[in-house]
Design a protein around this ligand. Sequence first.
Ligand code: URA
Length: 213
Amino acid sequence: MPMKTDEYARPATPPDASSLTEVLAAASECTACHLYKRATQTVFGEGPRGAPIMLVGEQPGDYEDVAGKPFVGPAGKIMDRALEEARIDRSKVYVTNAVKHFKWEPRGKRRIHQKPNAREIAACRPWLEAELRLVKPKLVVVLGATAAQAIFGPSFRVTRERGKVLSSKFAPRVLATVHPSSLLRQPDEESRQREYKRFVADLRAAVKAAGDE
Ligand code: URA
């Protein structure tokens, strides 16, 4: 009988993959949803195995899609500043995204970011699960609604649960905060500063939670 295939077949995660490099190689061939067709490349997570903290964003943006690295564009720059202020060395944490291909629509010459939907998040989740299994962070920080929903499901609300240490079937300790790009969208300088400070406070809480057993 011919093998049943559909657009959302599970990606070819090596079931016994014991290294991030192996998982990354498999992820770079992923066609589990249609997003690979428009994206330049899979943007996998980066950082050391055994990192105490894993930061999970939404999906690569325009810059990340070209560079092949997570959080290197404007949102990454403000996140780096906040990490430094919270005394988190970016090279010692693992940084990744819930969805590993850039979802976008053309508008003239520009590529406009589109929010990934629940099916795309679910199709990509095995890669996040593989990263969690291999990195084994003490704490996962979910940045914004998409990452939070990848871990907790669609009814999760960051506004309600922000800053608390929670548990999910994918990771025993998870703290949710806003996405750093939301800091760039604040309407005025006062709210930008206020929201930035709250974000840094959440990162400080993450350091503390990662240190607690
Ligand atoms: N936004 C994200 O969620 N992830 C990135 O890597 C860049 C921007």
